[in-house]
Every structure is written in structure tokens, then in C-alpha cells.
Design a binder for this molecule. Structure first.
Ligand code: HEC
Length: 213
């Protein structure tokens, strides 16, 4: 059988497929079946909360209408909606969420991604992405202020000359200083990305300005 054509096809085609299916699918499923997948409420942390409160102070009226008070429950709600928008608006066509351990990517984007970072509701299904028209966003949180994001989502070219990123006017009730529920949710989600890492930039400054710590 192994010297015949059909034998070779069998091993190369079906055999290796089955082996990969077992090794990459079935075995991990059995190994991790008792592991608890974190909910959106459980992944709210002090860093994303500082950003959420920052949004509430910056855009008081819009925030009040969209989410009421900046509580942890409201933040989880914003994260869920933010992720839905990220999927629905096709952000993943142009942005990846996975820092790979090759080509010195960590020097450009931050620490290489680890599998446990993806073990929660907001990463289901994962949004690794395959194309990078824009930069990887898995460590985007804290990199820019909320006001920058607001202007950028409203009209990317204002802050990033010749950017091919589309405008998202439906995230706002008019001008960039009036983000609506969608706008606030998407900014919260973006500020959450990477907030589980100690390296999250500018957190101390942000917390200090807000009188927290
Ligand atoms: C057509 C491709 C494209 C789409 C779709 C797109 N982007 Fe972008 N994005 C880019 C490019 C290119 C850049 C880099 C230039 C710039 O800053 O605008 C960028 C930059 C960004 C940045 C700033 C990164 C940084 O710190 O420099 C964020 C945040 C971002 N995009 C989020 C999003 C979100 C959220 C969506 C969906 C609502 C989205 N993008 C949709 C192409 C895209």
C-alpha cells in the first residue's frame, strides 16, 4: 500500500489532516475542557476603568446618555458592544490582534502575544486577522488619548496624513467632541486592548491626573 499512488495520497491527504485535527483540535479541547473562560465583567481592570472614567469626564453629556455612570458593569457592556462594532465594521480587514514572535515585531508593537490572553469572552472567536493595512492593535490600549481616538475615528486624515482608514461619522452625533454610544464603546474597547499587561502605557499619569492610584 505504501508504495502505491493511493497509499501516498492516503497518508499525505487524509492521514496528515487527521493528525493535525487531532493535535490542534481534539487534544487541546480535552486538555482545557475544565478551564473557565472569563466573562467581559471579569476582564474589566483598573487600567480600562481609568480610561472609561476619562471618557465620562471628557464627554459628560454624551457619556451620560450612552452609559449613565462609569461603573464596572457599564464598562463590560461597552466592551461587548465595542467588540461587536469592531467585527461589524470590518476593522479586522486591516488590523491584526496578534503580536507574532518573528521579525522583531515586539519592538514595534510590544510584548509577543500569549495564548492565555485570548481565554475570555471578548476574544471568542479570536480576531487575529491576516492582513495588516494598519498596525497590530493588541497593545493599542493607553498608546493614545481618547481625544486622539475621537478625532481619528471621525476623520483619520486630520491626525494621520494620507491615512487610508475610513471615516466613521456614525460613531458621533455630529462633531468629534460628541461621540455617541457606538463611539464611546469602540474607544473603550480599543483602550482595553493590552490593558491586562503591566506594560500598559501612561496608566500612572492617567490615574494621577484623575486623583486615583
Ligand atoms: C482600510 C483599512 C482600515 C480599516 C477598515 C480600519 N483601519 Fe484603523 N488604521 C488603518 C491604517 C492604515 C492605520 C494607520 C494610519 C492611521 O493612523 O490612520 C490605522 C490606524 C488605526 C489606529 C491607530 C493606531 C496607532 O496607534 O497608530 C486605530 C486605533 C485604529 N486604526 C482602529 C481601527 C478600528 C477600531 C477600525 C474599525 C472601526 C479600523 N481601524 C478600521 C487602516 C484601517
Amino acid at each position: 500500500m505504501f508504495e502505491s499512488k493511493s497509499g501516498i495520497f492516503f497518508i499525505a491527504g487524509i492521514g496528515f489532516f487527521l493528525l493535525a485535527f487531532l493535535g490542534n483540535g481534539v487534544v487541546p479541547m480535552i486538555m482545557y475542557k475544565d478551564r473557565h473562560e472569563q466573562t467581559a465583567e471579569e476582564v474589566v481592570n483598573k487600567r480600562v476603568m481609568a480610561q472609561f472614567r476619562d471618557l465620562a469626564q471628557r464627554y459628560p453629556e454624551s457619556f451620560q446618555n450612552a452609559f449613565g455612570e462609569p461603573t464596572e458593569e457599564a464598562c463590560a457592556e461597552a466592551l461587548r458592544l465595542g467588540r461587536q462594532l469592531y467585527v461589524g465594521e470590518g476593522c479586522w480587514h486591516c488590523h491584526s490582534q496578534f503580536v507574532r514572535p518573528v521579525s522583531n515585531e515586539s519592538r514595534r508593537f510590544g510584548p509577543v502575544s500569549k495564548s492565555e490572553e485570548y481565554d475570555n469572552e471578548l476574544q471568542r472567536p479570536v480576531l487575529f486577522g491576516t492582513r495588516r493595512v494598519g498596525p497590530d492593535l493588541s497593545r493599542e490600549g493607553g498608546r493614545r488619548g481618547n481625544d486622539w481616538h475621537a478625532v481619528h475615528f471621525h476623520k483619520p486624515q486630520v491626525v494621520s496624513t494620507d491615512s487610508p482608514m475610513p471615516e466613521y461619522p456614525w460613531f458621533f452625533d455630529g462633531s468629534p467632541d460628541k461621540p455617541n454610544r457606538r463611539g464611546i464603546a469602540v474607544m473603550t474597547y480599543i483602550q482595553w486592548l493590552g490593558s491586562w499587561l503591566e506594560e500598559y502605557p501612561y496608566y500612572e499619569e492617567l490615574a494621577e491626573v484623575k486623583g486615583e492610584q
